[in-house]
Design a binder for this molecule. Sequence first.
Ligand code: 5GP
Length: 193
Amino acid sequence: MKLLEERIQKDGIVKAGNVLKVDSFLNHQMDIALFNAMGEEFKRLFANADVNKIMTIEASGIGIACVAAQYFNVPVVFAKKSQSVNIDGDVYSTEIESFTHKRVYNVIVSKKYLSPNDRVLIIDDFLANGCAMNGLLDIVAAAGASVAGIGIAIEKGFQQGGALLRARGYHLESLAIVDAMNAQTGEITFRAQ
Ligand code: 5GP
């Protein structure tokens, strides 16, 4: 998606440790006109996927998922980061290792909001090694729901998540794929798609 690539090129900051900072339009301050264009593009890419629910993970996925949901006319459920252990058995839970924070989170989704009738489009801001996405896929599987697709704003194509998910047969669409970035020069190279 040209508009997103141009914005990353203009305002993205490459940090050491393979981290791309996009706080000025996506991860902290949010450019809603851009989110709208992204939502429209997700709708175009998953038009025939029969989506009846969008799922994401707090916090950064929520804004993108909510704007996209307006194009699909479906509810959004987000996986919550939780400290507590599931004693009552009323939630699906899994552990996710955070790429940016280098720690492990327990995440939960209430059993009330995910069922075998659901065809879920999973949306997130970044795809790196795929840990967050694997956790969300575990939760969808535990609910007996099906995965209609995976929509990512920015995939870092030099990390393994995207390749592994595509090899598993998922319909994965990333609006921008960064194939290389250089913390010294700030240079960012996108995959042609
Ligand atoms: P993964 O689980 O695929 O390794 O990493 C994806 C998650 O880590 C995303 O939900 C995102 O929040 C965060 N993340 C991974 N890489 C980056 C990055 O380069 N920049 C930012 N801002 N977040 C990232």
